[in-house]
Design a protein around this ligand. Structure first.
Ligand SMILES: Cc1ncc(COP(=O)(O)O)c(C=O)c1O
Length: 331
């Protein structure tokens, strides 16, 4: 990947003449089955330019209560697009078409206007959950009935495709815009993309500029994304197997609660019992053993597998965690 970056042909992407960025954008549009795509610096910018391009201030977005756009993007739907978010609940980051229908606002000047449904696949806070294509198809029917658009936060879409054996268009055909991240499981250092119709991507281009995401000789980093698409999709199965291996081992450790059967992709959540300590104290201690895991709530921990974590490394992490948790259970 570093070699591909070093050898990348570049131009000025703000003027649309960086050949490597253009190649990446064409590649992503084709991969996701859309007319056009645009390279952006981050997954958050991919989501927020998609939101801004398809809403007006005062509109309402429908999304899961645990969604990334609501939780982890610094209030951007309100800050950058002037939109409120109607939060839905449902198992592990998913919701159904009936919940979407119930959330639709009547066409009445008292209410915000329902404008955009956001689905996150895989779902991060849900635990790397893969969505059902059938449920998405049912949600699309509701969206069309109410003339509401749909955005897919596909930061980890390739994980869902690999885990489910679906081609990307099997998921993306139901969405007006789709974001994907190159910088997560695909292993590039930076970058995301939005795909959609030519007209929508033209609007995203404008808001990318407004949000400060226009980049000049971006071919250097786009080359990393192209390399990731060429080499790092099929191998996601290894990350998924490692996540399942980790979860199965954690299930045998004292002082924690986990449902290993819930692990579908590369994200593992587990809860530490209060007698074990806080999630933060466990993560701090794990870091001293070289294990990087993240507290996401007072008792909840997230572990993510990726291309820099081998099966051997998982086994070392398991040994370290087991040692730590067993000594906490005894003290
Ligand atoms: C589901 C989801 N969407 C979007 C993002 C945002 O990506 P970035 O960190 O590149 O802004 C993340 C980051 O973890 C994510 O998990």
């Amino acid at each position: 990947m570093r070699k591909a970056m070093a050898e990348a042909e570049v131009g000025d992407d703000v003027f649309g003449d960086d050949p490597t960025v253009n190649r990446l954008q064409e590649r992503v549009a084709q991969l996701l089955g859309k007319e056009a795509a645009i390279y952006v610096p981050s997954g958050s910018m991919a989501n927020q330019t998609s939101i801004r391009s398809q809403t007006q201030p005062g509109d309402e977005i429908i999304a899961h209560a645990d969604s990334h756009i609501y939780h982890y993007e610094a209030g951007a739907p309100a800050g950058l697009s002037g939109c409120s978010v109607r939060l839905l609940n449902g198992p592990r980051g998913t919701f159904d078409a009936a919940a979407v229908r119930a959330a639709m606002r009547p066409a009445d000047s008292h209410f915000p206007q329902s404008a955009l449904i956001v689905v996150e696949n895989t779902h991060n806070r849900g635990g790397g959950t893969c969505w059902s294509v059938d449920e998405i198809a049912r949600i699309r029917q509701v969206a069309e009935e109410f003339h509401v658009r749909m955005h897919l936060d596909g930061a980890r879409l390739m994980n869902a495709c690999v885990a489910k054996g679906h081609s990307p268009p099997q998921y993306t055909r139901y969405f007006d815009t789709v974001s994907i991240c190159f910088s997560k499981g695909l292993g590039a250092p930076i970058g995301s993309a939005v795909a959609g119709s030519k007209e929508t991507i033209r609007r995203v281009h404008r808001f990318r500029k407004m949000f400060g995401g226009g980049m000049r000789q971006a071919g250097i980093i786009a080359a990393a994304a192209l390399y990731a698409l060429d080499h790092n999709i099929d191998r996601l199965t290894e990350d998924h197997a490692n996540a399942k291996r980790l979860a199965a081992a954690i299930a045998n450790m004292p002082g924690v609660t986990i449902d290993p059967g819930a692990v579908e992709t590369n994200i593992v959540y587990f809860d530490v019992n209060e007698s074990t300590g806080t999630a933060k104290s466990v993560c701090d201690a794990a870091r001293e053993h070289g294990v990087g895991i993240l507290p996401t709530a007072p008792q909840r921990i997230r572990a993510v597998t990726h291309l820099d974590v081998s099966t051997d490394a998982i086994d070392r992490a398991v040994a370290a965690l087991n040692h730590m948790l067993t000594s906490r259970a005894k003290s």
